[in-house]
Design a protein around this ligand. Structure first.
Ligand SMILES: [Fe+2]
Ligand SMILES: [Fe+2]
Length: 424
């Protein structure tokens, strides 16, 4: 991950804002017909509205949850029992496949939902109890693993500068440089599958913060999110542009297709955003997270785009990355000074949370990127279950998870499949 090296410059910000919003097609080089109008095409609407494909359980807790969600006869109280047992057994919740998948699926009920699952589960008290148990430990482990950076004075300028300094100094692994210079075509496919977990719902976790903010910070967040959501043009919603990139490489852009392939840490990265966004008391953390995210996006996006161009992919594939070179050079300025700085000026008590949220973004995303790089440099696939083996792996894990839950509950489990097999 690369940090931004650009301090706050009001003249640059306002110049770039004007350029970006008035002449996207000229800046990006993408033909106007690709930028989308008010007329949404079928692909965009399908990506935007389809519920997630059910994931495969990774252990007793996630198996118990999927039983509750997908099997009408399942007893929800078994879920809390399974979560407690899994929490007692794991030494590291951040890297625990079963619990991170459980939390991920519980959060998905708050987003687009899961195929075949009744929407009323979203506010079920038993499921929320299970979620709260995992969240409490997750938050504690994040704080234990990630120190809160030194606090600047509680002014917008000082907060913005501290965030730029923090992200510039980040020495995390540079996945973007590897993609630019060395990644194979197979690794580019893996990269998009890894990224699909967050990017097919890009900006959504941060949007939870909008009704929790006021004044300058709210206006800044809405300005950023408006851009993320296409400024009124469905074809320019960033998640839809990313879906187009996936289709350009022959990948399936339905949400959840590749969830079974990614690690616990990749799920933890999104779970952390969801937790920060869904708790009003953590609004400082989600603001700091977004600031760090934007500040470490523009330059890496250029490298990512170059990697795809190096292997011969065209503008329809690189558009997503090219868009972020320009957009996030604007967003990082708004996020640093107006969003994070504005929030701290109005509520100085949130300063430590803002700085922690930024540090947590750098740390968790750095660990997840490190996993991918380690696998690639060792000549291995970065996927938890390589694409060609997904069907077999799912069947095996599903059987193991069923056995675990059955032994925990001493009750027979239904034999119907918990989820649909993924395409090879
Ligand atoms: Fe974006
Ligand atoms: Fe952005």
């Amino acid at each position: 991950m690369l940090g931004a090296s650009v301090p706050f410059r009001a003249d640059v910000l306002y110049h770039r804002r004007a350029r970006h919003f008035s002449s996207f097609a000229q800046v990006s080089g993408v033909p106007c017909e690709q930028t989308g109008g008010m007329q949404a095409n079928d692909d965009v609407m399908r990506s935007a509205t389809a519920p997630m494909i059910p994931p495969t359980p990774r252990g007793p807790a996630s198996a118990a949850l999927l039983d509750v969600l997908l099997e009408a006869a399942a007893d929800p109280s078994r879920l809390v029992e399974s979560v407690r047992a899994a929490m007692a057994a794991t030494p590291d919740l951040l890297r625990d496949d079963d619990l991170q998948l459980t939390l991920f699926a519980l959060y998905e009920l708050q987003y687009g939902g899961i195929e075949g699952v009744d929407d009323r589960w979203e506010w079920d008290p038993t499921l929320l109890t299970a979620r709260a148990l995992i969240e409490e430990r997750f938050e504690a482990e994040l704080h234990a693993a990630i120190p809160t950076p030194a606090l600047p004075e509680a002014s917008a300028e000082a907060v913005a500068q501290a965030l730029f300094d923090l992200t510039s100094a980040d020495g995390g692994p540079s996945l973007s440089r590897f993609v630019a210079k060395k990644a194979t075509d197979e690794q580019l496919h893996e990269f998009l599958m890894q990224r699909s977990i967050y990017t097919l719902k890009e900006a959504d976790p941060h949007s939870w913060a909008i009704p929790r903010l006021r004044g300058r910070a709210k206006a800044a967040l809405v300005e950023i999110q408006s851009d993320e959501y296409g400024g009124g043009r469905p074809g320019r919603v960033h998640s839809a542009i990313f879906a187009r990139t996936m289709r350009g490489l022959g990948l399936d852009d339905r949400y959840g297709t590749y969830v079974d392939s990614v690690s616990a840490l990749t799920l933890a990265s999104l779970n952390m955003m969801s937790m920060f966004g869904l708790h009003r008391r953590l609004r400082g953390c989600i603001v700091g997270h977004l600031a760090a995210f934007e500040m470490t996006s523009s330059i890496p996006s250029r490298f990512y785009g170059n990697g795809f161009r190096r292997l011969g992919y065209g503008e329809d594939v690189t558009w997503y990355f090219d868009e972020h070179v320009e957009a996030d050079a604007v967003h990082e300025q708004i996020a640093g000074r107006d969003l994070a700085g504005g929030l701290v000026e109005s509520d100085p008590g949130l300063l430590a949370d803002v700085m922690f949220g930024a540090a947590a973004c750098l740390a968790v995303d750095g660990w997840a990127a490190g996993e991918v790089l380690d696998a690639w440099t060792a000549g291995r696939s970065s996927l938890r279950t390589p694409a060609q083996e997904q069907g077999q792996g799912q069947a095996r894990e599903q059987e193991q998870a069923r056995a675990s839950v059955a032994s925990l509950s001493q009750e027979p489990l239904p034999q119907a499949p918990l989820s649909q097999p993924l395409p090879a």
